[in-house]
Ligand binder design. Sequence first.
Ligand code: CA
Length: 244
Amino acid sequence: MSRILVVEDEQHLAEGLRYNLESEGYEVAVAESGEVALEMLAKEPPAFDIVVLDVMLPGKDGFTVMAEMRRAGQFVPTLMLTARGHADDILRGFDAGADDYLAKPFELKILIARIQGLLRRREWLRSAPPSPPGNNGLKNVYEFAGKRVNFDLLELQSAGQAVPLTLMEANVLRYLIEHEGTPVSRKSMLENVWGLHEDTDTRAIDNFIVRLRKLIEDDPAHPKHLVTVRGVGYKFLSSTAPAG
Ligand code: CA
């Protein structure tokens, strides 16, 4: 049974979510503030598979909680609830490390679909490894240019250091790796990685690419692996050797 932590201070909303998510078969805990949520998330072993995090909270707001979670090494997939009409909230949320978002007010069935989507993508990462050349035979590990992406651990290993990836960073990277050498549009990434078909601001993708470049590029200002394709989007190149 998947366990969900709902972080929401408005009691009627929190209890409504609890009731409805429980009736869908999830185990649900509610935290009424970000501070309480951070304490619950810090417990070992990790008690939750998904976090639903409201932006509007007393004390620490959702963005702060999100950023503190990631800084503390908690990489549980997180869906943020943002205020409708605040496009910047979405970018701020992704910037802080959110995996997905939903604008309030939302339909319950949409929330459940998004939660299922996050759980499914986490399973997909763990179950169906890409097997490109250079793969050393380890399950769910992809190696390129002296770097190693471990999709099981959601971790990038480079120069003897291991850096954790969020679910969506790993998904974006994986999607690009699977299309190695082929330009991938921002729209197709939003559709295939997030399952978003609505008119979402595609700058969210650019933010993920900026973060990934900091992790995998020797010189992020002059990327050799996550290359911009003007007018289209991005493409991944495993080798930095000139083509042809
Ligand atoms: Ca709230």
